[in-house]
Design a binder for this molecule. Structure first.
Ligand code: TTP
Ligand code: MG
Length: 387
């Protein structure tokens, strides 16, 4: 019997906290908060034990400590998490070439056509989870569905260590009771426009005709109309075919501490640099995206004099744009960076490289090689959060 399932979404459970609990058994079973323990500190993530007390990502650390005074607070080892992330991606790579990384701990995989090799999609999901458990001693939650929207929704439904399937004929039952903000791309501002009309759940939205939605939501109406019916035609876009390579992070609350946001941006530059080099691309453009205040979003772009795949060059470019904006900093809801205008770097001669560039290239090279060979091992680079 052919299956209607096609897309797998995988997301690691309490990622930073789970890595700490794995590496230090004395932390297991205990509430752990990752983040800076200062007056302006923010929780990057909370272990599931801490979540029982109401702690969560992007919460001010003071609030989290009030909710869970006995929580163990750790500053986080970001270079280490990036290495663990690479190990996870290496496992994903082994089941399909069609992988779209979304953030440090999640990805979409298009499993169309892999059944012959790996068996049913449920079997593949089971194998992935088993390898992450055996080789990494961590857990991930997986969603399987006909498309990206439903797969991502599914992976979140039974966290931690979940494996949830949404078939096409279950869409109405599953989606109807969920709040409209579960629709991909529908944020609080749009939800606030629907609320006065009594549209709170996806079921409420689905019974509204398209032209009614268009009056309220304008150009985005059709997309939400389709998503409410479980229709999502987005393809899984791999790094190889992408026109750009980027990462973004939405915080659950506005982050008032610029250095926290900067730290996340640095992590993104490192991940994006690694992906460029792995796929043998260089980028001539860097864009930073910042959402702040009342959901205002700005993007700032810079054209580089020469295409690059050097982490530090990407970071400096992104950092300059961020710092220029942060002169009038406002609490940030989303931060993202994208490398674009990609060109092939294969076999390129670098006649005019400066010595500093060669040095950076060498550092990236060594980092990439060590990470590839030893996975989550002991190497880290300085820089990042501090100004
Ligand atoms: P998430 O996958 O959103 O969260 P999580 O893996 O900690 O927990 P869950 O089981 O719900 O998936 O993010 C992955 C990591 O990214 C997270 O461990 C820490 C980091 N992060 C931040 O630094 N700030 C944030 O606001 C969020 C949401 C995540
Ligand atoms: Mg996660």
């Amino acid at each position: 019997m052919s299956s209607d399932l096609r897309i797998l979404h995988l997301d690691m459970d309490a990622f930073f906290a789970a890595v700490e609990q794995r590496d230090d058994p004395s932390l297991r079973g205990k509430p752990v908060l990752i983040g800076h323990d200062g007056p302006r500190g923010v929780v990057a993530t909370a272990s599931y034990e801490a979540r029982l007390f109401g702690c969560h990502s992007a919460q001010p650390m003071i609030v989290a400590k009030r909710r869970c005074p006995h929580a163990i607070i750790l500053p986080g080892r970001h270079a280490h998490y990036r290495e663990v992330s690479q190990q996870m991606f290496a496992i994903l790579d082994s089941v399909s070439p069609a992988i779209e990384p979304l953030s440090i701990d999640e990805a979409f995989i298009d499993l169309e056509g892999t059944q012959r090799l790996h068996g049913s999609l449920e079997a593949t999901a089971g194998q992935l989870k088993a390898r992450i458990a055996d080789e990494m001693d961590l857990t991930a939650s997986v969603g399987l569905a006909p498309n990206k929207f439903l797969a991502k929704l599914a992976s979140d439904m039974d966290k931690p260590d979940g494996c949830t399937v949404i078939h096409a004929d279950e869409v109405e039952r599953v989606l109807s009771p969920l709040p409209v903000t579960c629709l991909w791309g529908l944020g609080r501002a749009t939800a606030a426009r629907l609320e006065p009309h009594g549209v709170r759940t996806i079921g409420d939205l689905r019974v509204r005709p398209l032209n009614w939605l268009e009056r309220i939501l304008g150009g985005e109406a059709k997309r939400f109309y389709n998503l409410a019916r479980g229709i999502d035609a987005r393809r899984v876009v791999t790094d190889r075919e992408a026109k750009s390579i980027g990462h973004e992070q939405t915080f659950q609350v506005d982050v008032a501490d610029p250095s926290t946001v900067r730290r996340v941006l640095f992590d993104q530059a490192e991940q994006v640099g690694g992906r460029l080099r792995r796929q043998e691309f260089q980028a001539q453009g860097v864009t930073v995206k910042i959402r702040f205040g009342d959901f205002e979003t700005i993007t700032r772009s810079t054209t580089l004099p020469d295409p690059t795949d050097i982490t530090m060059e990407l970071w400096e470019t992104a950092r300059n744009m961020f710092d220029a904006w942060a002169a009038n900093f406002q609490p940030v809801r989303l931060i993202g960076m994208t490398a674009e205008r990609l060109t092939r770097s294969e076999g390129q001669m670098r006649l005019f490289s400066e010595p500093k560039q060669e040095q950076q290239r060498e550092i990236d090279n060594v980092m990439d090689r060590i990470k590839k060979k030893m996975g989550a091992s002991a190497i880290r680079r300085g820089g990042g959060g501090k100004k």
